[in-house]
Ligand binder design. Structure first.
Ligand code: F6R
Length: 608
């Protein structure tokens, strides 16, 4: 959450920096700001709202800067306001600083600094860092930063400019990504290399506790003891993909409609038909190591967690490997037992989710092996894991995850297939899975082609303020995911529940104002689901059913039915989820919500 972009070079620093920052807007969009040095003074512009608001204010002020740092914010400490927006300053505005992360001991530091004369104007944790560095400054800004960092508890990526050192940006990082981008006679800094674009040829990632001084045509790196370090730059992989909305009204809709293609891409050259198994490039574990895996632990958050649930069911069922799934934010505060021969699968679209990264680091410290399932190349997770399988879904810009989810399930199914075939799954069973996977892109297209039917259903149900999403077995994670989509983009209270658990309490909420979206595409539990539908109907709950083509016995129970193409239980979550994504999208549209950038959210959750 929050994005940092900075620039030192001959071009218009305000323009270059704001353009870079816009590519980070997915990380937070409640306020933004820019600061830099002009004629020996710190100059800045901060505004509440999206970056475009700050940009037009900067234009109105005719802001010109020689070097610039900027940040787009997702509020943690202090509500979104101009004064809480970054950059932050010291008393005399000698320096300006932007920060991603959380300073956990900010209250104690603030108190100590106030006693020494600091006057704070914002509610943020970041402002203490600006004051702290200023209080340690005696003419050497690098030394002041180095002396300040050990005092900070929490995590950070920071960038600062100081008026006495007008041609440079100083940056530092601890448990937060920050990269330096080297261009032609110009240097950049960003919390995400994808924001550099073609103007950057080479990148360097700041390592743990490292500090750097960035100038127009060079940068110097230091470790936490200020010993200079030299690191090789990496050639920046240029992303040539189209990240415009095209003909679509929202990125979210475009990404929902891209799924036939993203699924094809997830499967491309990964199906080994001859042997009824999968072949996974990037899976650089030895066969012997994969064969020796006795337990699997899956870690993820949000939508990725829901894909993890699907995988946990498959891995136990198909590969017969005991599999545990944990919410990263909960797991990291346990003292986990990681028995030998445990493989850890960390799932993250962005590869930057703070809780998942922290959990992964905890496991690595205990000697565990990590397989990442990730979409963003070069992300922190992809770099830190022992092996990474990419989703190849293309950039996901809409804040709510859609195509990444279906690709995660697809890649995890391929991995499960590989593990199962290495054990006792027959070639015939393996081929059935492959056939089902290969049909998915066309089946998803069938669902998308009927988007107007889903839009009509969404219109019918959009006035309700409470929903249940009910499913069993593979349809339980689908229910969780469907409910998450609805709540995050339409702001409707939606509960994903295992249908069998309803009678243990939640059924008390069922009435004519609380519809249940019931998911029936899991054949093994179909009959059981019919009983659950009876229970809802008996309590006057409206029912929208999503079922496989050919399902019988529903007509008298459900008020509305949407049929999805039939597939095996393991992959049924995909067509069902696409229908639910469209449902959430059209309900949100009906209610006039900001679909691509829903309130209070950010695309990558880089704070705890
Ligand atoms: C929901 C959504 C979030 C993310 C979660 C984890 O639509 O996008 O729940 O799935 O924040 O993000 P990643 O997958 O980047 O770790």
């Amino acid at each position: 959450m929050c994005g940092i972009f900075g620039y030192v070079g001959p071009r218009d620093a305000v323009k270059v920096t704001i353009n870079g920052l816009k590519k980070l807007e997915y990380r937070g969009y409640d306020s933004s700001g820019i600061a830099g040095i002009k004629d020996g003074k710190i100059v800045h512009c901060k505004e509440v709202g999206k970056i475009a608001v700050m940009e037009s204010k900067a234009n109105e002020l005719n802001l010109k800067l020689d070097v610039a740092i900027s940040q787009t914010r997702w509020a943690t400490h202090g509500k979104p306001s101009r004064v809480n927006a970054h950059p932050h300053f010291d008393n005399d505005h000698t320096l300006a600083l932007v920060h991603n992360g959380i300073i956990e001991n900010h209250s104690a530091l603030r108190k100590a600094l106030e006693e020494k004369g600091s006057v704070f104007v914002s509610d943020t944790d970041t402002e203490v860092v600006a004051h702290l560095i200023s209080s340690n400054y005696d003419g050497d800004i690098l030394k002041a930063v180095q002396q300040s960092l050990p005092v900070l508890k929490g995590n950070y990526a920071i960038a600062l400019v100081h008026k006495n050192h007008p041609h440079q940006i100083v940056v530092a990082a601890h448990e937060m990504p920050l990269a330096i981008g080297v261009g032609k006679d110009e240097t950049f800094v960003s919390s995400d290399t994808n924001s550099f674009g073609s103007q950057v040829q080479e990148v360097v990632f700041l390592g743990e506790g490292e500090i750097a001084v960035i100038k127009k045509d060079q940068f110097s790196l230091y470790d936490s003891s200020m010993a200079p370090i030299s690191k090789k730059t990496k050639v920046m992989a240029q992303q040539m993909e189209d990240i415009s909305k095209g003909e679509y009204e929202h990125y979210t809709l475009k990404e929902i409609f891209e799924q036939p293609q993203s699924l094809r891409s997830a499967l491309l050259s990964r199906c080994l038909d001859e042997y009824g198994t999968a072949i996974l490039e990037g899976l650089n574990f030895e066969v012997t190591e994969l064969l020796s895996v006795e337990r699997i632990l899956i870690l993820a958050c949000g939508t990725s967690l829901h894909a993890g649930y699907v995988a946990s069911y498959m891995l136990e069922d198909m590969a017969r490997i005991p599999t545990q799934i944990e919410i990263s934010s909960e797991f990291r505060y346990k003292n986990p037992v990681i028995p030998p021969r445990t493989l850890v699968i960390a799932i993250s679209q962005s590869g930057e989710t703070a809780d998942t990264l922290a959990a992964v680091r905890e496991i690595k410290a205990k000697g565990g092996r990590i397989l990442a399932i990730c979409n963003v190349m070069g992300s922190s997770l992809a770099r830190e894991a022992d092996s990474c399988l990419y989703l190849r879904a293309g950039a996901e810009i809409g804040v709510c995850s859609t195509k990444a989810f279906t690709s995660q399930v697809t890649v995890l199914t391929l991995f499960t297939l590989l593990m199962a075939r290495m054990r006792h799954m027959s070639k015939g069973q393996g081929s059935e899975i492959l056939q089902a996977l290969k049909k998915l892109p066309d089946q998803v297209q069938t669902v998308l082609d009927r988007h107007d039917e889903i839009q009509a259903l969404a219109k019918k149900y959009s006035h309700h303020d409470n929903f249940f999403f009910l499913g069993r077995h593979f349809m339980y994670p689908a229910a969780l995911e469907g409910a998450l989509k609805l709540k995050e983009i339409s702001y409707i209270n939606a509960n994903g529940y295992p249908a069998g658990e309803m009678k243990h309490g939640p059924i008390a909420l069922i009435n004519a104002d609380c519809p249940s979206i019931t998911l029936l595409a899991n054949k093994a539990t179909y009959e059981k689901m019919l009983s659950n539908l009876q229970e809802v109907k008996s309590r006057n709950g409206p029912i929208l059913a999503i079922a496989s083509e050919g399902a019988h016995g529903l007509e008298k129970l459900a008020d509305d039915i949407f049929y999805v193409p039939e597939t095996i239980d393991e992959t049924a979550v995909i067509p069902t989820s696409v229908a639910l994504q469209l449902f959430a999208y059209y309900v949100a549209k009906e209610r006039g919500a900001d679909i691509d950038q829903p309130r209070n959210l950010a695309k990558s959750v880089t704070v705890e």
